[in-house]
Design a protein around this ligand. Structure first.
Ligand code: HEC
Length: 222
């Protein structure tokens, strides 16, 4: 019985700590609902934000954020999906409104497409390893150049990598802005590349800290 009481107390305390650490959930000295509402500029979507978006948490959670258009769309679709399906029209209006007033520009797309020829033209590539990614919004052009330049240098220094493409994603409406494609003669070469120390170090020290989202696919030739 003692153990149960302690456990309950622990769970309650943890829940309280989590709840008060989320801005907008009632914590110390909350801003009044009227103060927060005055931070919503007029526009189509304001009404929805004030009604639909405050049914589970305060406005504070929303006006404290700045997100890219894609970021707001992801949040709004996630939130509305919790109430009901088929609110795409409302979701579009709300995301456009929030992106216009609580938005940040996405990381700039540095156009620096380069393609390295295979080491020798008779190398037959059997597996392509493709990564597309986007940078966190606060990442600067210089930081992007640094990631791409050091990435290319790292890839070209690994003997198992038989072909390299570093570039930007052509589709304007893609969720990703940049990509790397590497070609390999066989799966063993791909696996040695994956565990190569230069590759691992670059991922940990340079790439991951600046990346918001990525998608990896390996394509195997028949
Ligand atoms: C069904 C309840 C519910 C509704 C309705 C709701 N939210 Fe949320 N929201 C939550 C919960 C719970 C969290 C806490 C973190 C989580 O679960 O993702 C949250 C967290 C957030 C966050 C902070 C986390 C993040 O992803 O940035 C934002 C911003 C947000 N909501 C915006 C909105 C907007 C905008 C709307 C209206 C389109 C909305 N919410 C409607 C339940 C809801």
């Amino acid at each position: 019985m003692k153990v149960k009481t302690v456990l309950t107390a622990l769970i309650l305390t943890t829940a309280l700590v989590i709840a008060t650490s989320i801005p907008g959930f009632s914590g110390p000295a909350p801003q009044s609902a009227a103060d927060l509402a005055s931070q919503l500029p007029p526009g189509e979507g304001k009404g929805y934000v004030q009604t639909i978006c405050t049914s589970c948490h305060g406005l504070g959670l929303i006006v404290a954020q700045q997100k890219t258009k894609i970021g707001w769309e992801a949040t709004v679709y996630d939130m509305l999906g919790r109430i009901s399906a088929g609110m795409d029209r409302e979701a579009d209006i709300i995301s456009s409104y929030l992106a216009a007033h609580f938005g940040v520009e996405p990381a700039p797309s540095v156009v620096d497409n380069t393609m390295a020829e295979p080491a020798s033209s008779d190398v037959e590539i059997k597996i392509y390893h493709q990564v597309v990614f986007r940078f966190k919004p606060e990442v600067s052009v210089d930081q992007i150049k640094h990631v791409l330049d050091t990435g290319r240098a790292m890839l070209e220094s690994i003997p198992e990598v038989a072909a390299v493409i570093v570039g930007t994603v052509a589709q304007q409406d893609s969720d990703y802005t940049h990509g790397l494609v590497t070609g390999f003669k066989n799966n063993d070469d791909l696996q040695s590349y994956r565990s190569h120390p230069a590759h691992r170090d670059w991922l940990t020290d340079i790439y991951r800290p600046l990346i918001e989202a990525s998608l990896v696919t390996d394509i195997v030739a028949p």
